[in-house]
Design a protein around this ligand. Structure first.
Ligand code: CTP
Length: 436
């Protein structure tokens, strides 16, 4: 059988945190309501079960049919029809999250004061799930003290306020009041859905990208790391509920929503940042491609060419970050789990195993960067995971997102092992050998 042409295949993959999660999307009467249709579509494609509740004003901008078409679910609009009157309580009770996007100044005022005179405000009052509000209004209305006070009241009650962005509004004015873009809102929703996951309360530090070692004000030495694997690890840790610090060398990637991003340039800067963050971290995932050498001297001015045919650079060693972490870990016990990466072009497993031992790692992800579909600058990776028990897990060719998922599953197991008290033996029982 001939399959659909590639242009017709589903574009967005199902994402674990969204899969089968019931999300209520409240849409109010703003011109940004048309963007809410895109948000509903994105959430549905990611695997969520999206039910839309629209205010009467919202239906003047976009028809309920649009939302029904993109979500495949009935759309609720009216409090005063019998079939809708009862479901609102059930809708709110079963939802994993209520997102109100766009939220007008009027709806924000109603929510702040507990008014309940339409299906959406009634639903919001009945909801006990996390609530996200994405304001959308003219800058003057957004900056009015009444709106500011209402938003503050909602935030103090634990409502997540997403945005607004600055930009051009329907009135032609430029300022704060534009609803966040659907992709950004989907990022906020992803973060809220992940809280309470299996790594809740855990702090995970991830490094990403290739460090830059400056030669002069306009040149540096670096490598071909894109940072994708590190960013995918940060997202996978966030998706499991962890608090994530992402220490990254310069890369052209968006920060996953909810991660704290610390930007560094050189190996030395990355080392300082990692040592500081690792003091309180449960997990360190060292995916960065750290330069092993830097120019011995950084010229203050641009190096000019001269008549000679060659130029010799003197390089000096940078700190080995994992070695520095291992030394501190011996004293403090933190991070409880450390994962390294080995990028090799030959003798992959032997070198990776050596690094596992010399860098005191719990797990190492070895990848052969000499093959075109693995390692630097591509979206896939062919990785083998080696652990300290002699375990060797060869993963298939996977996307970097899938590799990150597999590594985080291993990290969960390692954290659980680290939390177990050491097995008592005849010689090490705490009640034995005590001086009395
Ligand atoms: N790494 C580090 N500090 C460095 C260099 C590397 O912490 N100065 C970390 C990397 O982030 C990675 C692991 O060590 O997790 C292995 O990195 P890799 O570049 O494969 O190995 P090197 O230690 O640099 O050894 P070699 O270059 O000899 O292969």
């Amino acid at each position: 059988m001939i399959g659909p042409p590639s242009s017709l295949r589903a574009t967005m993959e199902v994402i674990g945190v969204f899969k089968d999660r019931p999300i209520l999307l409240g849409v109010t009467g703003s011109i940004a309501a048309y963007k809410a249709a895109d948000l509903a579509s994105k959430l549905t494609q990611a695997g969520a079960r999206v039910t839309v509740v629209m205010t009467e004003a919202a239906t003047r901008f976009v028809t309920p049919l649009t939302f029904q078409a993109v979500t495949g679910q009935p759309v609720y609009t009216d409090l005063w029809t019998l079939e809708h009157h009862i479901p609102h309580v059930g809708l709110a009770q079963n939802a994993a999250l209520l997102a109100i996007a766009p939220a007008t100044a009027n709806m924000i005022a109603k929510l702040a004061h507990g008014l309940a005179d339409d299906l959406l405000s009634v639903t919001a009052l009945a909801a006990r799930c996390p609530i996200l509000v994405a304001p959308a209004m003219d800058a003057g209305m957004y900056e009015h003290p009444a709106t500011t006070a209402n938003l503050r009241a909602l935030a103090e009650r634990g409502v997540h306020i997403a945005g607004p962005a600055c930009g051009r509004m329907a009135s032609g004015l430029v300022g704060p009041g534009r609803m966040l873009e659907p992709t950004e809102l989907a990022g906020h929703i992803r973060y809220l859905l992940s809280r309470g996951g299996p790594l809740s309360g855990r702090r995970v530090v991830v490094t990403a990208g290739g460090t830059r070692e400056p030669l002069d004000p306009v040149r540096f030495l670096t490598n071909r790391s894109s940072g994708r694997q590190g960013f995918a690890l940060a997202q996978a840790a966030l998706d499991r509920g962890a608090d994530v610090t992402l220490i990254t060398a310069p890369v052209a990637l968006e920060t996953p929503w909810g991660a704290e991003r610390i930007e560094v340039q050189t190996a030395e800067e990355m080392c300082q940042a990692v040592l500081a963050a690792a003091e309180t971290a449960d997990v360190l995932l060292m995916a960065a491609a750290v330069a092993d050498y830097r120019p011995a001297e950084t010229a203050a001015h641009k190096i000019k060419k001269d008549a000679s045919a060659s130029l010799t650079l003197t390089l000096t060693r940078t700190p080995d970050i994992l070695a520095a972490v291992a030394e501190r870990r011996d004293r403090t016990g933190l991070p409880a789990v450390v994962v390294g990466f080995a990028a090799e072009t030959d003798d992959l497993l032997r070198y990776a195993h050596e690094k596992l031992l010399t860098k005191h790692l719990d797990l190492i992800a070895a990848n052969d960067v000499s093959i075109p579909d693995s390692g630097f600058e591509v979206t896939t990776n062919r990785v083998t995971l080696l652990d300290t028990q002699g375990g060797v897990e060869r993963l298939d060719l996977l996307s970097k997102t899938e590799v990150a998922e597999r590594i985080l599953e291993r990290v969960r197991g390692l954290l659980a092992e680290a939390a177990q008290p050491p097995v008592a033996t005849a010689n090490t029982r705490p009640d034995q050998g005590k001086q009395t």
